[in-house]
Design a protein around this ligand. Structure first.
Ligand SMILES: [Zn+2]
Ligand SMILES: [Zn+2]
Length: 257
């Protein structure tokens, strides 16, 4: 079995799972343990079946379930040195790395890349190589050459498409927060994301799930529409399967090939 499933995605919580045979990697642990275990149950799993918990960064929406979740699992915690420094928990034998290092987790080759997001130690990941590979890239701010290189090698992609710039500009956020989101250390807009997705279509990406959509400053149809149009301009709109992950809604598992 080789699949990816988003449990929840957005500023209120992020958590997903990458499964390859007996390696079951939880990616981020936002929301709470009750919700995450209910999603695992839908897949016929319990927290005890997790082999690893991988963290992108230490913002609350990515780690809030961690203190309780760790009491229910023997999974190894995997994160950057910088992220670990900021966690509210300590564990036995964490797997720590510097952003940019490669790792082997169970049967899965994992690559990491630093992200410019405004959280010390923030990084993104790719899982596997060639068939069944997935890049998980959220809370980016902007896509650096290292992040693009990591994505380019994967057939499947989970990528941040956080906001529609006009909705954000005209929306209710205070000025400082608008500036933060728009900055290169904030979040990727639908347009930024669409530009990357269309470039990756040339590199052979097959399935793309858009994530971390703002519930205030975005709509799934705007995010998907922007990427779909960008793919169309490259003549690749029928080559890539596009979807969007929702907040507090478990997606159907994405079969990875
Ligand atoms: Zn986030
Ligand atoms: Zn963040």
């Amino acid at each position: 079995m080789n699949c990816f499933c988003s449990f929840t995605s957005g500023s209120k919580g992020n958590s997903a799972i990458y499964i390859k045979d007996n390696t079951r990697i939880l990616i981020d642990a936002g929301t709470n343990t009750k919700y995450i275990t209910s999603c695992l149950k839908e897949l016929g799993l319990t927290a005890k079946d997790l082999t690893h918990i991988v963290l992108t960064h230490a913002h609350r929406d990515h780690i809030s379930a961690l203190p309780v979740l760790l009491k229910h699992t023997d999974a190894r915690l995997v994160c950057s040195e910088g992220t670990y420094q900021q966690l509210p928990v300590r564990v036995d034998e964490p797997i720590l790395f510097w952003e940019g290092e490669s790792l082997t987790l169970g049967d899965v080759e994992v690559k990491t890349a630093p992200t410019p997001h405004d959280c010390f130690g923030s990084c993104c990941y790719s899982f596997g190589e060639g068939e069944g590979s997935l890049a998980y890239c959220t809370d980016l701010g902007k896509v650096t050459p290292e992040i693009f290189e990591l994505m380019r090698r994967c057939r499947n992609l989970f990528i941040e498409s956080n906001h529609d710039v006009e909705m954000l500009r005209n929306g209710p956020y205070p000025y400082y927060l608008k500036q933060r989101v728009l900055s290169n250390s904030g979040h990727l807009s639908n347009k930024d994301c669409a530009n990357i997705v269309s470039r990756l279509a040339i590199e052979g990406v097959e399935k793309v799930m858009l994530g971390h959509l703002s519930e205030t400053n975005n709509l799934p149809r705007l995010a998907i529409g922007e990427s779909y149009q960008a793919l169309g301009r490259m003549g690749a709109d029928s080559d890539v399967l596009l979807g969007a992950a929702a907040a507090r809604q478990m997606q159907a598992p994405m079969e990875l090939r």
